[in-house]
Design a protein around this ligand. Structure first.
Ligand SMILES: Cc1cc2nc3c(=O)[nH]c(=O)nc-3n(C[C@H](O)[C@H](O)[C@H](O)COP(=O)(O)OP(=O)(O)OC[C@H]3O[C@@H](n4cnc5c(N)ncnc54)[C@H](O)[C@@H]3O)c2cc1C
Length: 390
C-alpha cells in the first residue's frame, strides 16, 4: 500500500499513476534486484515503457506524445523509481531533450525528430560534463567550428547517461572560446549518432549504484554535423537553453529521490512489524518509531516540494530556485532515509539479498547528478539575494 499523501491528483493523474504502479509492482519489482546486481540494461522493461508511452510523456500530441504536464511526469518518475531508480534515469535525459527540442528547435527539427522520440525508438542523451568541467560548466572545451554548411565538433564528454543506447545527443559546445562572459560563447547541437562520423562512444563507466543504465565517455574528432543541428539556429544561446532544461532534470532527480526513499521506508516499516527483539516487534520500540516518523515526514515534505517545483515549470516560468530546492531537499532526504532503513534492518540490511542495500547505493547519485547539492545551494542563494534586492 502506498504511503498516504497530502498531494492531490486529478482523475487523469490517478489513472496514469495507478497504471504505472501496476507496471512497477508486476514487472519491475520482481526483476530489478537481479538486473541491478548483473548491471544489465533492462531491455524488456524499456520495451514496456515504450508501450506505456513513457518516452513521449511530455511531448505534444501533434508529434505523437501524451503531452502530460511535469506534475504528472514527476509522479510517474517517483513511481518508477520506487521500483528501480535507474528507470527514472533512462527517461531523464530523453525528457529533457524532448523539451529542449520542443522549446528551441526549428519546425523541421521538431517534426523530424519528436515523433520517433515519442515512441522511444530513438532515445536521447545529454552531453554537458567534460573530464575537466562539471560544476564549472562554462569551462568546457568542446569546440564547434563552422565549416561551410556544417560545423566540426572536437572534444571529450564525460558521464554521458544513456551513451550507448541513445541515438540523439544534445551536446553543449563552445562556438567562441574567447567570449566574455564565457556563457555567451556556448551553443547546443542536436547530434544524430547514426549519421555522424567522428563521434565515438567510449568506455562504459562502472558505478557504485545506478546500475543497468549505461554511463559513458564520448569523443568528438572532427565530427561533422549540419549547421541546421545548431539548436535555435543562432550561436551563443546554449547556456540559456541548458539552464532552462536542467530544471526538468532537477525535478526528475527530486522525484527519483522521493521514489527511492518511499521504497526504503515501505521495506523498513514492513520489516519493523515482523522482526522481533526482546519478545516484541521492533516497531514497538520507541527508537524505531522515532526513525519511522522522521522518515515519513521528510518524504512527504520532499514529495510536496518536488511536485511544487514541477508545477512551476508547468506554469511556463523559470523554476531554477524551486527545482534547486526540490533537488537538494529530496536527495538529502533519500540519503538519510535509505541509511535509516538500513539501520532498521540491522545486519540483514547489509546483505545483498535485501533491496535496502540497493537503495543505499542508489541514493548518493542524486546528491551529485544534475549539479551537486553544493551547486544547488549556490543557485538558491543567488536567487534569494536577487529577490531581496538592495
Ligand atoms: C552517474 C552519473 C551520471 C551522470 N550523467 C550525466 C549526463 O548524462 N550528462 C552530463 O552532462 N553529466 C552527467 N553527470 C555529471 C554530473 O552532472 C557531474 O558529475 C556534476 O555536475 C559534478 O561535476 P564534477 O563531477 O566535475 O565535480 P566537480 O565540479 O569537480 O566538483 C567536485 C566537488 O567540488 C564541489 N564544488 C565545485 N565547485 C564548487 C563551488 N563553487 N562551491 C562549492 N563547492 C563546489 C562540488 O559540489 C563537489 O563536491 C553524471 C554524473 C554521474 C556521477
Amino acid at each position: 500500500m502506498p504511503i498516504p499523501s497530502l498531494v492531490t491528483l486529478t482523475e487523469e493523474q490517478q489513472m496514469i499513476v495507478s497504471e504505472v504502479r501496476r507496471f512497477v509492482e508486476k514487472e519491475v519489482m520482481p526483476v530489478a534486484t537481479e538486473l541491478e546486481h548483473a548491471d544489465e540494461y533492462p531491455t524488456d522493461l524499456v520495451e514496456q515503457l515504450k508501450g506505456l508511452g513513457m518516452f513521449g510523456a511530455t511531448i505534444p500530441q501533434e508529434y505523437g506524445g501524451l503531452d502530460l504536464p511535469f506534475t504528472t511526469y514527476a509522479a510517474i518518475v517517483e513511481e518508477l523509481s520506487r521500483g528501480w531508480m535507474s528507470l527514472g534515469g533512462i527517461l531523464n535525459t530523453h525528457t529533457m531533450i524532448s523539451w529542449m527540442i520542443k522549446t528551441y528547435g526549428s519546425e523541421e527539427m521538431k517534426s523530424r525528430l519528436l515523433p520517433n522520440m515519442a515512441t522511444g525508438e530513438r532515445r536521447c542523451a545529454l552531453c554537458m560534463t567534460e573530464p575537466d568541467a562539471g560544476s564549472d560548466l562554462q569551462a568546457i572545451q568542446t569546440k564547434a567550428v563552422r565549416d561551410g554548411d556544417d560545423y566540426l565538433l572536437n572534444g571529450n564528454k564525460m558521464w554521458v547517461s544513456n551513451g550507448v543506447h541513445a541515438k540523439i545527443f544534445a551536446v553543449l559546445t563552445k562556438t567562441d572560446l574567447q567570449a566574455q562572459p564565457r556563457y555567451k560563447g556556448m551553443s547546443v547541437f542536436i547530434v544524430e549518432k547514426e549519421t555522424t562520423t567522428g563521434m565515438t562512444v567510449g568506455r562504459i563507466l562502472e558505478k557504485l549504484g545506478y546500475k543497468g543504465i549505461d554511463t559513458t565517455e564520448l569523443a568528438f574528432e572532427d565530427a561533422r554535423v549540419p549547421a541546421a543541428s545548431l539548436l535555435g539556429g543562432e550561436e551563443g544561446q546554449g547556456w540559456l537553453q541548458i539552464m532552462s532544461t536542467i530544471e526538468i532534470g532537477r525535478v526528475n532527480v527530486a522525484s527519483r529521490a522521493v521514489g527511492v526513499a518511499t521504497a526504503a521506508f515501505e521495506d523498513a516499516i514492513k520489516y519493523a512489524k515482523q522482526r522481533e527483539t526482546f519478545g516484541q516487534p521492533i516497531a514497538n520500540h520507541q527508537a524505531i518509531q522515532l526513525m519511522l516518523a522522521e522518515m515519513a515526514t521528510k518524504i512527504e515534505a520532499a514529495r510536496l516540494l518536488a511536485r511544487a517545483a514541477a508545477a512551476k515549470k508547468d506554469a511556463g516560468e523559470r523554476a531554477d530556485m524551486w527545482a534547486g530546492m526540490a533537488k537538494l531537499f529530496c536527495s538529502e532526504t533519500a540519503q538519510e532515509v535509505t541509511l535509516q532503513a538500513m539501520r532498521i534492518h540491522g545486519g540483514y540490511g547489509y546483505s545483498k539479498e535485501l533491496r535496502v542495500e540497493r537503495y543505499y547505493r542508489d541514493a548518493p547519485f542524486m546528491l551529485i547528478g544534475e549539479g551537486t547539492n553544493e551547486i544547488q545551494k549556490l543557485v538558491i542563494a543567488r536567487n534569494l539575494l536577487k529577490m531581496y534586492g538592495d
